[in-house]
Design a protein around this ligand. Structure first.
Ligand code: ATP
Ligand code: MG
Length: 502
């Protein structure tokens, strides 16, 4: 009997040394459901999925398929039952081509399957996701969103009965997410069961028919979506003791910048072919969003401002005195750049949490400096408490869950008040509660005088935080939204209608 029947996890426990990842987790999946698994960062979602897919064996508890106890000794065992996972950390082999990755997966589940069939299936799935890929290209060269899309293609190419998506949509923008959902809905109508993890509550509310909430390794609720509300779900996943609180309102933006309160002036900054000359002024205390679909030049813009990828033309001046930034070293002194793409930039694996937080201070990935190590470690503990990371400062960063790593990196924002903060999708994979905490930190930074430039694939994040939103399209800023235009409707329209650009 495959995954079209009922799969149950009951009383699952799993520890890693002193860390208890799962205490008492349970999950019941009916065939053909659209089931969301919710929980804060580090609550145990990925661990549950790894148990379900045979990647790890639980210390206690049982797995049942249609009432019958089963043991998954390996992912192959789970796959035989029709369970396939698109992993949060991706399971692609970067040195192989797109097609080779898919073929390997298909042959793993159906030995002897034909290459032309694999190619056909890959092309068809990519087409449905709106993904144009050279099948011979090596996966290592793909941008992050394409890798997540390919991870989904690879999973679906194995024709599962139950598809598990562990934050597969986190790195995708609105259009890419829509394409994934359209495909899943179609397959779900044909009987495919889906279990998915997402920290974006609007995705959960739109798609799921059933929701299971896990907190501190224990399943605390499993309800039909129709029987609950968004607020109740958030309260459940956070826990009774922590009061859900409304997001602080954005303070109104005053008159245009004068030099006296200038945080940054960017003039005619370009980096062809991805970034056309862009001119932007941000005041101290102002949070300016960069909107538009993913890959329209927002990242290039931020990286050029930070001089991580030096611009071809243009100038950047920071602070009221208009200090010119030219060169990465000068930029580092005035500008903070934090990326949510921690796989590619940001995290230094093998290094402790505290070393990662203070990477810039202690000179990892840059010029070495001498600092009082013990002092930094002490400060890091305070920092972690603030962003609610339960970890030892000396723990290697890769032992934290994905979102927890990201929170620790964002703790860097508490270390000082730079003139300018540049954020590249900073809360990617961060849970809904911590996200609010981080938004508060950003507002505090702004009140303390920093200017903030924020790119986010999450519309809610842009709309709740920003005083203004600059919409990018094909490397140019084509719209500026402010005041009453800061609504989802305006943002979507501005993104989708470049031809109406003023
Ligand atoms: N290989 C490991 N070694 C040590 N600890 C681990 C390991 N894998 C997970 N953990 C710990 O187990 C707990 C649960 O982690 P898990 O990855 O399941 O969380 P999650 O709910 O998926 O979080 P996120 O939303 O951040 O992805 C965390 O405290 C994490 O640090
Ligand atoms: Mg996870």
């Amino acid at each position: 009997m495959g995954a079209r029947g009922i799969i149950q996890l009951k009383g699952i426990a799993k520890s890693y040394g002193a860390v208890t990842a799962l205490r008492d987790a349970s999950l019941t999946l009916e065939g053909g459901e659209f089931h969301a698994l919710l929980g804060m960062n580090g609550s145990g979602k990925s661990t549950v999925i790894k148990v379900l897919s045979g990647v790890i064996r639980p210390d206690a508890g049982e797995i049942r398929c249609d009432g019958q106890a089963v043991a998954f000794a390996s992912p192959a065992d789970a796959r035989r039952r029709g369970i396939v996972v698109a992993y949060q950390d991706l399971s692609l082999i970067p040195t192989l081509s797109v097609l080779e990755n898919v073929v390997l997966a298909i042959q793993g589940s159906r030995p002897g399957s034909r290459l032309d069939l694999a190619r056909e299936r890959t092309l068809a799935l990519c087409r449905e996701l709106g993904l144009t890929l050279d099948l011979e290209a090596s996966v290592g060269a793909l941008p992050t969103p394409a890798r997540y899309q390919l991870e989904i293609v690879k999973a679906l190419a194995q024709e599962p009965d139950l598809l598990v998506l562990d934050e597969s949509t986190a790195a995708l923008d609105r259009n890419q997410v829509e394409a994934v959902f359209a495909l899943l809905r179609r397959l779900n109508a044909g009987g495919l069961g889906v279990l998915f993890v997402s920290h974006r509550m609007d995705e959960v509310m739109r798609l799921a028919t059933r929701v299971t909430v896990i907190r501190d390794g224990t399943t605390v609720a499993s309800v039909a979506l129709a029987e609950t509300t968004r607020e109740r779900l958030v309260a459940t996943l956070v826990g009774e003791d922590a009061q859900p609180r409304p997001a602080s309102p954005v303070t109104a933006s005053g008159p245009g910048p004068t030099d006296a309160d200038l945080a940054v002036e960017v003039r005619e900054l370009s980096r062809p072919p991805r970034l056309a000359p862009a001119t932007v002024r941000v005041r101290q205390g102002e949070i300016v969003g960069l909107g538009g679909l993913q890959g329209q030049g927002q990242r290039e813009f931020l990286r050029a401002v930070a001089w991580l990828d030096p611009p071809a033309t243009g100038q950047v001046r920071v602070g009221p005195r208009g200090i010119p930034i030219a060169g990465e070293r000068r930029a580092r002194a005035h500008v903070w750049y934090v990326s949510g793409d921690r796989g590619r930039e940001g995290v230094f694996p093998g290094r402790a949490v505290w070393e990662n937080v203070y990477a810039q201070e202690i000179g990892i990935g840059g010029p070495t400096r001498r600092i009082a190590e013990r002092d930094l470690r002490r400060r890091v503990i305070e920092l972690l408490r603030r962003v609610r990371v339960v970890a030892q400062p000396t723990q290697p960063i890769e032992t934290l869950s994905g979102g927890t790593q990201q929170k620790a990196l964002l703790g860097r924002l508490l270390t000082r008040t730079p003139e300018l903060v540049l954020l590249d999708d900073p809360t990617l994979g961060v849970d809904v509660h911590s996200r609010r905490e981080i938004h508060d930190i950003l507002r505090e930074l702004a009140s303390a005088g920093s200017g903030v430039l924020l790119f986010s694939t999450d519309d809610d994040e842009l709309l709740s935080l920003c005083h203004r939103i600059l919409v990018f399209f094909e490397g140019s800023i084509i719209h500026e939204l402010q005041g009453e235009q800061l609504t989802r409707e305006h943002l979507v329209r501005a993104t989708l209608s470049p031809q109406e650009a003023s």
